[in-house]
Design a protein around this ligand. Structure first.
Ligand SMILES: *Cc1c(COP(=O)(O)O)cnc(C)c1O
Length: 408
């Protein structure tokens, strides 16, 4: 068992050991704490627990040992090798949630109040977009959407909307794997006194650490690459203002009730231990698939930020370790060709979501976005023949063979 302050030199060592605590019954892995409440030795201890004078669990909506292990592991990964302004190891606090959407909800409701605005960009995750467009207005809050890939437009939006409180980023993002510059936008936002949050789901902390570039908050859907095996729904909110996270954000999280649970946290802890080797394989395969698709005659266009032809290639290479495992491509034959390709797949899995061992493919125009009017779809970059792929960890020859025969 690694000592609490063992100086890990490698990401995997940290991912495997960080957050783990010795089990009082000597179980190797933290057992699943299937208990809704925790008991007190006496009334005085109950008082001390409630007042925070004595650490300890009380009620599982507030946390339990499995959730704590997952939280500490993610916090360690997001800050591995990252220093604060004073030059010492950055500390952040993580709060595990029932889903990525629950984590984003806590982030927004803990930071924004009536009259506040949030500045964000195009191509956000669908659920986040709905939250901003449909729920926030009814609470007296407003999302301002601008092209944040253009720093001048970002600054114009900040000047034009002094009520903006938070700048919300998601990079890379669907469907064209567009990226925004976390460091430049954080510097700009801070100059105007705004806070910055970043959805790091597609990249994971192995590929990209937004706190390193100045972000104040990071959110994840742990459902995806962090867990990596498609066995749970989960999310996490991380923040570097420890006072805020430990008081107000914790209070809002407990109030909203979007807590995780022992079983999902247990699965997540085990999934995250292999994040580095999984991402290495995912990204390596993705580069090979992108190269293959780019030269295929049935394919009109490949969107992958690892390709020099992608408009955000240089930015992605600057702020990410590798380009990631998400890509999309357009079939020359449009809607019909997209449907046919999906039907011909023999190994790759036809499904939505991302970040599992197997390669996942979906055709937004006939599936996730079938009910969205065509003009609106096209505005988001979802053309008729667009196929989205989450590249898995199968042997590359099999992925390429399946694509080749399906494209034929
Ligand atoms: C899936 C996803 C979410 C939402 O997470 P859930 O776990 O499904 O609630 C948010 N952001 C991104 C980028 C995602 O891919």
């Amino acid at each position: 068992m690694a000592e609490r302050n063992f100086p890990f030199t490698g990401f995997s060592s940290l991912a495997i050991h960080a957050g783990h605590e010795h089990d009082p019954k000597y179980a190797h892995l933290t057992p699943i704490y299937a208990s809704s409440t925790y008991v007190f030795d006496d009334a005085e201890q109950g008082m001390r627990r409630f007042s925070g004078e004595e650490p300890g669990y009380i009620y599982s909506r507030w946390g339990n040992p499995n959730m704590t292990e997952a939280e500490e592991k993610i916090a360690a990964m997001e800050t591995f090798g990252v220093h604060n302004d004073q030059g010492s190891q950055m500390q952040v606090k993580a709060i595990l949630h029932a889903s990525g959407m629950a984590a984003i909800t806590t982030l927004l409701l803990a930071n924004l109040t009536k009259g506040d605005k949030i500045l964000s960009h195009f191509s956000l995750y669908g659920g986040t977009q709905d939250l901003m467009n449909r729920l926030l207005p009814s609470l007296g809050m407003e999302a301002v959407i601008a092209d944040l890939r253009d720093l001048e437009k970002a600054e114009d939006a900040l000047k034009q909307h002094p009520d903006v409180k938070m700048v919300y980023l998601e990079t890379p993002a669907n469907p064209t794997i567009q990226c925004v510059d976390i460091e430049a936008l954080s510097t700009l936002a801070h100059r105007y006194g705004k806070i910055v949050a970043c959805d790091n789901t597609f990249a994971t902390p192995y590929l990209q650490q937004p706190f390193r570039f100045g972000a104040d908050f990071v959110v994840h859907s742990t459902t995806k690459f962090l867990n990596g095996h498609g066995t749970l729904i989960g999310g996490v909110l991380l923040g570097k203002d420890l006072e805020f996270m430990n008081t107000h954000a914790t209070k809002i999280h407990r109030m909203l009730g979007g807590n995780s649970n022992a079983f999902d946290a247990f699965l997540l802890v085990n999934g995250m231990k292999t994040l580095e080797i999984r991402m290495e394989r995912h990204c390596h395969n993705a580069m090979d698939v992108a190269t293959f698709l780019e030269s295929h005659h049935a394919v009109a266009k490949v969107n992958y930020n690892g390709l020099p032809t992608h408009p955000d290639h240089l930015l992605a290479m600057r702020q990410m370790r590798h380009a990631g495992a998400m890509l999309s491509f357009e079939m020359k034959g449009g809607l019909e060709a997209g449907v046919q390709l999906m039907n011909q797949l023999k190994m790759c899995t036809r499904t939505v979501s991302l970040g599992t061992c197997d390669t996942l493919m979906c055709h937004p125009a006939s599936m996730t976005h079938a009910s969205v009017p065509r003009e609106d779809r096209l505005k988001y970059g979802i053309s008729d023949g667009l196929i989205r792929v989450s590249i898995g960890m199968e042997n590359i020859a099999d992925i390429l063979n399946d694509l080749e025969q399906a494209l034929h």
